[in-house]
Design a protein around this ligand. Sequence first.
Ligand SMILES: [Zn+2]
Ligand SMILES: [Zn+2]
Length: 146
Amino acid sequence: MPEDTSSKLFVTAIDRLKASGGRMTKKREVLLGALLTFDRPASAEEIRERAELAQSDLVTVYRNLETFENIGMLQRVLLENGTQLFELTAPDEHYHHLICRECHKTERLDLCVNNTVFNQAKKHGYTQIAHLMEVYGICGDCENSA
Ligand SMILES: [Zn+2]
Ligand SMILES: [Zn+2]
């Protein structure tokens, strides 16, 4: 991530935390710093390792990641086996991923099913509708090396 983008995200996170009644603790700061170094979604274990928070239990890491999710700056990516990955996003950005089943490489997909999903859910009487959608496959590199 380019440096000005990451420092902008950092400042935005501090602002949004404040606005939500939270604050940037030391732990959140190093987690955010670690998140900014990934150019792909990462697992809580990977983020903990990169943040050099080996002494923190994963529950604490998840809880702090949730804080970033609650302020609209973290998106979860679910792998087929149920593993959750996390990716820092600009506020309330929404997109989907194409994920390789073999190497877990992820790419952003330039499509969204929102209108269809929204209309269907509304017909069922639902409000505050959201959706998650990930697409899985085998990437070209993995296919060629098989
Ligand atoms: Zn692959
Ligand atoms: Zn969508």
